[in-house]
Design a binder for this molecule. Sequence first.
Ligand SMILES: Cc1ncc(COP(=O)(O)O)c(C=O)c1O
Length: 439
Amino acid sequence: MGLDVKSNSLEEFWIPFTDNRGFKKDPRLVVKAEGLYMTDHRGGQIIDGSSGLFCSPAGHCHPKIIEAVHQSMQQLTYVSPFGTGHGLSFALAEQVSRLTPDSMNKVFFVNSGSEAIDTALKIAMAYHTAKGENRHRFISRERAYHGVNIGGVSLSGLVNNRRAFPSVMPNVVFMRHTWTEDDLFTPGQRAGGADRAEDLQRAIDNFGAETIGAVFIEPVAGSTGTLPPPIGYLQRIREICDANDILLVFDDVICGFGRVGGKFSADAFGVVPDIMTMAKALTNGAIPMGAVVVRDEIYDVVTDKAAMGGIELFHGYTYSGHPAACAAGLASLAIYQEEGLFDRAKDMAPYFEQAVMSLSDHELVKDIRTIGMMAGVELYPHPKPGARGVLAQTEMFWKGMHVKFTGDNGILAPMYIAERAHIDEMITKFRATLDALPR
Ligand SMILES: Cc1ncc(COP(=O)(O)O)c(C=O)c1O
């Protein structure tokens, strides 16, 4: 089933978030994968240093997930989620709600993190509308990544993701990101800097709390290169939201499922949001799926407001809660529990942190930030911002490692099944790549 590069044209496929012209001259294709390793089309072994795109903590091609999806598809390949249903979606919603905070038990299925964000926006709007309030403004942060749909781009704090798309959602106000020079080479959460949460109070003072619907936060800003929140920052954001009836949305698309030290950010940082988004590791990356989980009261307000016998929320996707995705989700959550993967991630995190921090002495490394099983290694830009990152990612692949780069930030996010030897292999290959890069 491997892709024969010679007979297949590479021209037709418009590759997402990729230098298409460069890639098509020198493609990097994966033909199979198992556990921590992928095989490229030349036969090389590639260790996966970013769990794909933060998707696969239990490893590639987990046999139990394959079996669960196979079995589900022998019975059902599709059921309309509008007005009909199937048992797998109810079962998965129940399992997800067991992992989320006690007050958050209502689960809306989508097919990606981007859909989760746009769904969270619409749920926040529907909630305030049901309460008779006109809270049409939303708060996000610089350096935020909330996916690529119009809602998510409107909340985006990454300029390249907005530049070509001038017409997005209005009424989004940006707080500052939390990184400062004091964070340089600081592993984990920093003690100073929580006062940046006061940016939310400033927005409220400027626009009026009664106009603000929700604040969107990646508890650890992931795609921009791992920015952990300063200690106390999320607590203060929560306090300000509570005092002003503003909903707090945690975008846990990367941070969820054990990545930053708890089941979700709520556990890792001791702050419970009103709405949380998730995707990626929900199915260990095997089938596209995301979810939005909301506080019970949000569901009740929206549902109770609608006339009996009618649709309560005019929102949903043709593939919401697809049987194959639900089967993959159920199998993944069972594996996480059976194999104790969240605990394994927690146990490995200090070793991972110390291993990544060992790159601090490299002349090309500008900064390193780590938390849980995630780290951003930022390179000095050369000859222009982003160019070294693109080159590093390519070179690293041919040296036998996949790492996701955003600009000049390499983002390591090992699978939770990684042993110390795997972490060592990642760091060795990272360093060897840096050594080989032009100065
Ligand atoms: C925090 C966050 N939100 C949303 C998304 C969008 O997810 P997707 O690519 O599945 O649409 C991502 C993707 O990396 C993400 O990191």
